[in-house]
Design a protein around this ligand. Structure first.
Ligand code: NAD
Length: 478
């Protein structure tokens, strides 16, 4: 069995304790590798290496740092098969769909960061005092703690890594333990670009130890984190005044207004319920359909749910893999039991198929109650929960029962109504007449203030801004 190691100060190394843990193949429920189990000490070693590298790296011209990111993009393209293979083995992502799609997104992240950074201009600011000239420009923050989840382990990591280093920061990165092997394969690929030692360090291990050390250690200077609201809250309370970019969970509503085409809407929404086995922060996890459209919408959603093929993720016919772990399966079960107890009906799925590993059937649930867990919390499974509404107020009652605020969608042919709903929905993003999973890498993405879905905006220029301090210099010109 292969052993996956930490990468600290340019060296692949075992955990200082010598401990390891199992990497599990979720499509089989069996171990396939051993992972170095880093601890606080490994994190401290990596933080020291990142700080030592910082003083040299911040002085490397931006164009050279950008060239390194372009080289990394080329390497990702060259080795995309390795990345797709491990995404399939470790996360159960269908090899010929999701896995290769994610591997390809990674190269785009490196290219975009490299190019956008060159055009991040400062300002000259007019002053009241005629003897002064004031200007602003962007400086690196220092050492960035990057903490990433398992659901898109390569794509999400590279929403932070290239942006951090191109802006002159150094990084200590810790991935979710169930995606550690993928992190190692990605690190192996990008290290081939001639990355100076200490610029990116990777420490594998439990979040409440390695991640927590990155958060509380006084020698990290900002935190980029994607994960659950619960972890986000813990990190916020532990990090003190460090700047934080936090991309947290979602349970955004999808609303189909009475004038929409119900069949077309169902066809567009279904992939937001079932792609990646529903393990996407922007999934359509609660669907509110106008009562007059309910029957047609539900009939089409049933057809859609039945069209997904589960099984061995290496099989070219398979387009839905397993859940990440039994924890995710158990949450799905708990949400369905709760919804059923409160009167909802399961029309398709609702259980585990006869497959090894952590699979869950694509499920269509109708008539769920406002106080059900599916309405109030993120399920993170292949589920289409549908409730009908007779008037706008009923829809708003469902929407307001949940304090997530990431992505919402509205389906209507009425432009005025589309604007009004988009304006009023308390989510960072509202998509009109398309599914909640629509996004491109340079478009700002993030949770609405005051919700559980995060802090700040990720994507293109917005991430670059987060990865830098705005420095003001005032000249007295006499
Ligand atoms: P998680 O919160 O369990 O873990 C995320 C990361 O935090 C992991 O690396 C973990 O090791 C680390 N961590 C755990 N406890 C920590 C602690 N006490 N201190 C520091 N770090 C700690 O999330 P997950 O299960 O890996 O990912 C799924 C969640 O991520 C879902 O809620 C999903 O919606 C969210 N997500 C959000 C976005 C977005 O862009 N908004 C994208 C993808 C996933």
């Amino acid at each position: 069995m292969r052993k996956y190691l930490n990468f600290i100060d340019g060296q692949w190394c075992n955990a200082i304790s010598g401990q390891t843990f199992d990497a599990i193949n979720p499509a089989k429920g069996e171990p396939f590798a051993r992972i170095a189990k880093g601890s606080r000490q490994d994190a401290q070693k990596a933080i020291a290496a990142a700080n030592a590298a910082q003083s040299l790296w911040r002085k490397v011209p931006l164009w050279e740092r950008a060239a390194l990111c372009h080289k990394m993009a080329e390497l990702v393209v060259q080795y995309e098969k390795d990345l797709a293979d491990i995404l399939c083995t470790e996360l159960g992502k269908p090899r010929h769909g999701e896995a290769i799609d994610e591997a390809r997104e990674v190269a785009t992240n490196f290219r975009q960061a490299a190019e956008l950074a060159k055009f991040l201009e400062g300002q000259t600011i007019p002053t009241q005092d005629p003897h002064k000239r004031v200007l602003t420009f962007r400086q690196p923050r220092g050492v960035i703690a990057v903490i990433t989840p398992w659901n898109f382990p390569a794509a999400i990591a590279t929403e932070y890594l290239p942006h951090a280093i191109v802006m002159g920061n150094t990084v200590v990165w810790t991935p979710a333990p169930t995606a550690a092997a993928t992190a190692v394969v990605l690190m192996e690929i990008i290290a081939r670009a001639g990355l100076p030692k200490g610029v990116i360090n990777l420490v594998l291990g439990p979040g409440n130890e390695v991640g927590d050390e990155l958060v509380i250690n006084r020698s990290t200077h900002a935190i980029g984190m994607t994960g659950s609201p619960k972890t986000g809250l813990t990190i916020s309370s532990r990090a003190g005044l460090k700047p934080k970019l936090m991309e947290l969970g979602g349970n955004g509503p999808t609303i189909i207004l009475p004038d929409a085409d119900p069949v077309k809407a169902a066809q567009m929404i279904a992939p937001a319920c079932f792609y990646a086995a529903g393990q996407v922060c922007s999934c359509a996890e609660r669907i509110l359909v106008a009562d007059n459209l309910k029957q047609d919408f539900v009939d089409e959603m049933i057809r859609q749910a039945r069209s997904w093929v589960q099984g061995d993720p290496w099989d070219t016919n398979v387009n839905m893999g397993p859940q990440n772990s039994m924890m995710v399966v158990d949450k799905m079960t708990a949400h369905l039991l709760d919804a059923s107890a409160k009167g909802a009906k399961i029309l398709v799925g609702g259980g585990r198929p006869k497959l090894p590993g952590f699979f869950y059937e694509p499920t269509v649930l109708v008539d769920y109650a406002i106080d059900s867990l599916v309405n109030k919390e993120e399920t993170f499974g292949p589920i289409a929960p549908i409730a009908a509404f007779k008037n706008d107020q009923q829809a708003w009652d469902y929407i307001n029962a949940c304090d997530f605020g990431l992505v919402s969608a509205v389906f209507t042919r009425d432009v005025d109504k589309a604007w009004q709903w988009a304006d009023n929905l308390r989510t960072g993003i509202t998509v009109v007449n398309d599914f909640t999973n629509y996004w491109e890498l340079h478009i700002p993405f993030g949770g609405m203030s005051g919700t559980q879905s995060g802090l700040g905006r990720i994507g293109g220029r917005h991430t670059l801004e987060f990865m830098s301090d705005l420095k003001t210099i005032a000249f007295n010109i006499g």
